[in-house]
Design a protein around this ligand. Structure first.
Ligand code: PLP
Length: 216
């Protein structure tokens, strides 16, 4: 059994505590390292959105679950040479982090792909993502790519940085660096999603808290 009911309940309580609507927070079940049968079980309980980190693993799961058609979010680092493999199977990319990746996505994708810019707020060298300054610089250039539909920001940084992601989104919107207002904030994992909801997350990415330990 997954812990879907419990996680939903915790999301609801966290939302209520901060005066937010539960419906404004999307639960992304991070299914990397979990079997298709676990995904099937979550689907049967009404979970629609799933996150994967690795192109090959995602391809195998898309094939195994082609009749169920879950909404796939690619949340891992995406190398430009892997874009072609997965590009038509995903609805969201949480890890846009370079102009080169944006160019490749634009070329290979036939319809606009919903994207989030990945921000490394702590500027940790071992983590992927753009610094705030690099993101502000990249933002206007993304206007040129009609197949990129930028929706917001994502971070893997520790929870103490969540408020900074909120401020960055606000700054981008106030300075109109992108033609449409950005609305999505993807932050928070199993250990800190309640803090993320308090800070303003619209998407939380939960793996082990839902499915238990990963097998790979
Ligand atoms: C693995 C992963 C998660 C989920 O982490 P858990 O601690 O298992 O909830 C969320 N986001 C990203 C980008 C991940 O790689």
């Amino acid at each position: 059994m997954t812990h879907l009911e419990e996680i939903r309940r915790r999301i609801q309580i966290a939302a209520q505590k901060s005066g937010r609507n539960t419906g404004d927070i999307l639960l992304i079940a991070v299914s990397k390292g979990q079997s298709p049968s676990k995904i099937m079980e979550a689907l049967r309980h009404g979970q629609t959105d799933f996150g994967e980190n690795y192109a090959q693993e995602l391809l195998e799961k898309i094939a195994a679950l082609k009749d169920e058609k879950p909404t796939w979010h690619f949340i891992g680092h995406l190398q430009t040479n892997k874009v072609g493999k997965i590009i038509d199977g995903v609805e969201w990319l949480h890890s846009l982090d370079s102009l080169k990746l944006a160019e490749t996505l634009h070329k290979k994708r036939k319809t606009p792909l919903k994207c989030l810019l990945e921000i490394n707020l702590a500027e940790e060298n071992n983590k992927t993502g753009l610094s705030k300054d690099a993101a502000l610089e990249l933002m206007p250039k993304l206007n040129d790519f009609s197949n990129i539909d930028l929706k917001g920001l994502m971070t893997l940084s520790p929870c103490s940085h969540f408020p900074e992601l909120v401020l960055l989104l606000r700054e981008i919107n106030e300075r109109r660096l992108y033609p449409k207002p950005l609305t999505e904030l993807s932050m928070g994992m199993s250990g800190d999603f309640e803090k993320a909801i308090k800070a303003g997350a619209t998407m939380v990415r939960i793996g082990t808290g839902l499915f238990g330990r990963r097998s790979s």
